[in-house]
Design a protein around this ligand. Structure first.
Ligand SMILES: [Zn+2]
Ligand SMILES: [Zn+2]
Length: 137
């Protein structure tokens, strides 16, 4: 077993500790992630929700994404850092922003999603499989 994945917001008011390994790691280039991140994509690790321990009170807001599913984004009300995402249709998973990890080098992106929305100036590793939307299955 590897060490728990720990992290949180920039000021430390919202923290998480996650046991278990990520089931999915991606860069998402959807328009929603662009607007939310302020740059060309969001970078995420997704875990099984059962291993997640959250501390601190994240503020939340929700919006239907490109897929039509409602995404709820948790951020720190104090420093504004985005910390996590939950999906109404998939309560069994919990997604964190890659650079919210205490050690962001643990993020090993596997794919790019919603590449159809990518900006010409947002070039990712060309070795990464890029999907127009989400990978099938
Ligand atoms: Zn904070
Ligand atoms: Zn996205």
């Amino acid at each position: 077993m590897s060490d728990a994945y720990t992290g949180g917001c920039a000021c430390g008011a919202v923290r998480y500790e996650i046991s278990g390994e990520p089931v999915f790691m991606n860069h998402c280039q959807c328009l929603d992630c662009q607007h939310q991140s302020g740059t060309g994509h969001g970078s995420y690790l997704t875990f099984g929700a059962e291993g997640v321990e959250l501390t601190g009170d994240a503020a939340q807001w929700g919006k239907a994404g490109d897929s039509g599913n409602v995404k709820t984004r948790g951020f720190c009300p104090q420093c504004g850092s985005p910390v996590y995402l939950r999906f109404a249709a998939m309560p069994q998973i919990f997604t964190v922003h890659a650079a919210s990890l205490d050690d962001p080098s643990r993020f090993k992106p596997q794919v790019a999603t919603y590449h159809m929305r990518a900006q010409a100036w947002d070039r990712l590793d060309p070795e990464l499989p890029a999907f127009a939307k989400m990978p099938p299955g």
